[in-house]
Write a new protein. Sequence first.
Length: 297
Amino acid sequence: MTGSRRWSGEWGLPVERVEPVVQVLIPTFGRPAELAVTLAGLAAQDDPPFDVLVSDQSEGEGSIGAPAVRGIVRVLEAQGRRVELVRHLPRRGLAEHRQFLLDQATADHVLFLDDDIWIEPGTISRMLDALRTLDCGFVGCAPQGLSAIPELRPQDRTSFEPWDGPVRPERIRMGEPGIERASLHFAANLLHIAAEVPVPEGEWVPYKIAWLGACALYRRDRLVECGGFDFWSLLPPEHAGEDVAAQWRVMERYGAAGLLPSGAVHLESPTTVRDRRVEARDVLFGTPAASAGAWSS
């Protein structure tokens, strides 16, 4: 076995365990249908060898018990992937949930993938190639809302800037240079940029980001070294922006890049984070009064 997913002709054979190069970490809450779609995207990936850990904070029977979720989990297992489904309660907020997942991880690379994101075949392989080549803290594929494809927003795309040469550490803060890049990930802006900056299939172009949520591949040791999401105890259970806060710390030390084209699709389900009055990035870094509320995560 090479580590690629096994095809159906091998599903009846014993699985030969392969150490994962990547662990996919999925926090979930109240989204059984979306979670099944997210897992189906993983089932379409070939290389590298990866394991999956899903941590469920849903109420009642939970999302991980849903028939569609269990069905796709069986597909992944037949393909040779190890899938672990756990319940993690009580809910202490997004940052604590991500820190819990990070604490369980052992692979050199961890992909934090939200439970409402579908990734196209080959995405994990491209991300790993980019992370190894760029030797930075993390790379990401910003999810795109395909319903927004008809919307042309040239004013949102003016900050697009490919990395020319090595990825370098950057300091990003609200109201400071670089934060304007946040608009690159609105709607379907990256799809329109990709149409203007053609990239051969299977390849990637790194670009500068303000942050990148929902689909980010980290060097685990570098994320841990920068503290991960250890700030969770400073936050109330209801908060947002935890990925921004963690990424800014990694970016300051090791740098980061978004990847064009993205290959990640947002399912456009309603958010489960309804109370966004407390932003983790504001608690850790502060927010200039003039720019507070200028961007959302």
